[in-house]
Design a protein around this ligand. Structure first.
Ligand SMILES: NC(=O)c1ccc[n+]([C@@H]2O[C@H](COP(=O)([O-])OP(=O)(O)OC[C@H]3O[C@@H](n4cnc5c(N)ncnc54)[C@H](OP(=O)(O)O)[C@@H]3O)[C@@H](O)[C@H]2O)c1
Length: 233
């Protein structure tokens, strides 16, 4: 069965990606704390901040992966906190490392050995995977590492006919963005004006990019910028 496993498909970009794959005839399994709201998607409840919960989810996912051909693994879930270098308690930093890096690594360890030719591993990065802004220390750090993880994945999967890529969204209208900018129209306009198109990206636009990347092995190892042309000031 053509199977997609998406982390964080309970909302935003992940949910839009689940909807796109389901419409194209793929079976979809979401892994996150809340279920995927899209009809037809399977969900496994898991809090990525809990390593034991991640291991339990991996057990369930392995059974799905064994029956899958091909399997597309989309590493999309992540945590964004506003924090600053020199001010992040060790426990908080370890938590974001666990959610943004260790959980994807656990899924890779469980599922990559089971993945057949034609499969793919797609990472969701960020504009902040390649640049830094103030007040996003732990997120910037882990998103830079996401690109490193994707590049290492590419090297280590050579010869298996499994490809990888990292899609890096710009400002996309999701819960994550709204948590940080709120709903004030002036603030929204200020953020929107940071793209060359003067608007926020829709989750569906990023989903289409993820789906395209997952189905085109020619982009193996690539960082795909999906930000409408972010303006640098
Ligand atoms: N929106 C943007 O402007 C933007 C820009 C650049 C990059 N991105 C990236 O795009 C990806 C998707 O973000 P989004 O904007 O779609 O955000 P979102 O709507 O807030 O969705 C985030 C997803 O991550 C999951 N998640 C968060 N913490 C989790 C945890 N502890 N355990 C399991 N799952 C967890 C959430 O599921 P539960 O809450 O149900 O657990 C949710 O499904 C992220 O990697 C983000 O960094 C977004």
């Amino acid at each position: 069965m053509k199977q997609v496993i998406i982390s964080g498909a309970s909302a935003g970009i992940g949910a839009a990606t689940a909807a796109g794959f389901l419409a194209a005839g793929w079976a979809v399994t979401n892994v996150s704390r809340r279920p995927c709201p899209v009809a037809g998607a399977n969900s496994i409840a898991c809090d990525f901040s809990d390593p034991q919960a991640v291991q339990r989810a991996c057990g369930e996912l392995e059974a799905i992966a064994r029956a899958a051909a091909p399997l597309l693994l989309i590493h999309n879930a992540s945590l964004l906190r506003n924090d600053r270098c020199g001010e992040v308690p060790d426990a908080d930093f370890r938590e974001i490392l666990q959610i943004n890096l260790a959980a994807p690594n656990a899924l890779n360890s469980a599922l990559l050995p089971l993945m057949k030719p034609g499969s793919a591993v797609i990472y969701v990065g960020s504009t902040l995977a390649e640049k830094a802004v103030p007040n996003a220390y732990s997120y910037v750090t882990t998103k830079h590492a996401t690109i490193g993880m994707m590049r290492a994945t590419c090297q280590d999967l050579a010869g298996r006919d499994i490809h990888t890529a990292c899609v890096c969204p710009g400002f996309t209208d999701t819960e994550m963005l709204r948590t940080h900018i709120g709903t004030d129209p002036e603030t929204e306009q200020a953020v929107a004006s940071m793209s060359a198109f003067g608007r926020l990206i829709t989750p569906e636009e990023i989903a289409e990019t993820i789906i395209w990347a997952a189905l085109h092995p020619v982009v193996n190892g690539a960082v795909l910028h999906a930000n409408l042309g972010q303006l640098e000031r």
